[in-house]
Ligand binder design. Structure first.
Ligand SMILES: *[C@@H]1O[C@H](CO)[C@@H](O)[C@H](O)[C@H]1NC(C)=O
Ligand SMILES: *[C@@H]1O[C@H](CO)[C@@H](O)[C@H](O)[C@H]1NC(C)=O
Length: 319
């Protein structure tokens, strides 16, 4: 008869464990914020989900599984979601590869405009748009209503090079098409809606070049992508300089409280969050059931194991 209460305590603990009441406090194996997404190293202000990175960036950035296994960091705007292929934290620049963008191996009509949200912390960076298969002559292409010419003739060599790619046939063009249907849009700009309006410009597609490398005349070897600059604004730069640096140096990930975006959090590997860094002694939070000690990755798990051993032992004695 005495076995029944002991058994029910055990089952209760098991239920709590399975329903995540205990695992959220003891998330030893999967910290809420991850330091990588796919092959990208993530640092502030980028994060893998709500509560991670900067609250200003979070609405635009997600780490998504593509085809169930490959992870991609995506930037989402009102025009679509774009894979981020690299981030330079030193120059605060990132490179996107919009799926609708053409390159030398593959050209196709762009099904949607590329655009950024004006309110977001991202702006166009140092890459060059090349508009493809436009209504000739592109020299008369102007922005409405300002009448500013779009194409920079001093970059026309880019057009001559990109039109040597056999994939131009994907745009319905003949091989080696006349370059008056191509236009290097430099400096590139987005319209009032924050878009590269291909329809309005009467161009079928676009590509964007980050770097020609050592091969200005060999478009096969160019680096394609849209470079963006990002800024995290004056408001939280103090946090970046002080708290976040020491958090990252202690192997933590910078984040913020989901219920209060102004509160900085350092998310540590052992599943704990602190307002300072992961080397600091952890002071128990009311949300946590049991907690003590500091940076030991396995401590919470050990406590859990101890408890289950205790309960199991109790059951055996009682039986
Ligand atoms: C720690 O912070 C992250 C991000 O804000 C949150 O998702 C997670 O639930 C927090 N963990 C605990 C134990 O409070
Ligand atoms: C060219 O574009 C295609 C289709 O978007 C993509 O699959 C491929 O990886 C790109 N190649 C290069 C070298 O960027």
């Amino acid at each position: 008869m005495v076995v029944v209460p002991a058994l029910s305590i055990f089952i209760l603990l098991l239920l709590l464990f399975n329903h995540g009441y205990i695992t959220t406090a003891f998330a030893a194996d999967s910290p809420a914020c991850k330091p990588t997404c796919g092959s990208l190293q993530l640092r502030y202000p980028f994060g893998t989900g709500p509560g991670c990175g900067s609250p200003i960036f979070q609405p635009y950035i997600t780490c998504a599984f593509i085809n169930n296994q490959q992870q991609l960091l995506l930037l989402t705007t009102h025009t679509g979601s774009y894979p981020i292929t690299s981030i330079s934290y030193a120059s605060q620049t990132l490179i996107l590869t919009p799926p609708s963008m053409s390159n030398c191996t593959s050209m196709q009509p762009s099904s949607s405009n590329f655009g950024l949200d004006w309110a977001s912390p991202f702006q166009l960076g140092p890459s060059t748009f090349i508009l493809l298969s436009c209504q000739p002559p592109t020299s008369s292409l102007t922005l409405k209503p300002s009448g500013i010419p779009v194409c920079d003739p001093s970059y026309s060599y880019l057009c001559a090079s990109i039109y040597t790619c056999p994939s131009v046939v994907g745009l319905g063009l003949p091989l080696f098409p006349p370059t008056n249907t191509c236009c290097a849009y430099s400096p590139g700009n987005l319209d009032a809606k924050g878009e590269l309006d291909l329809n309005g410009l009467e161009c079928a597609s676009f590509t964007s070049v980050v770097s020609l490398g050592d091969y200005p005349t060999d478009p096969v070897r160019w680096e394609y992508g849209v470079a963006l600059k990002y800024s995290h604004g004056g408001l939280d730069s103090g946090i970046v300089d002080t708290k976040c640096k020491s958090c990252e140096m202690s192997d933590g990930v910078c984040g913020y409280r989901v219920d209060d975006h102004d509160q900085f959090l350092c998310v540590c590997k052992n599943g704990y969050n602190t307002s300072s860094d992961c080397h600091n002694n952890y002071t128990p939070d009311s949300e946590l059931l049991w907690g003590s000690g500091a940076c030991d990755d396995h401590l919470p798990v050990n406590i859990w194991k101890m408890w289950s051993a205790l309960v199991a032992g109790l059951m055996i004695i009682m039986a």
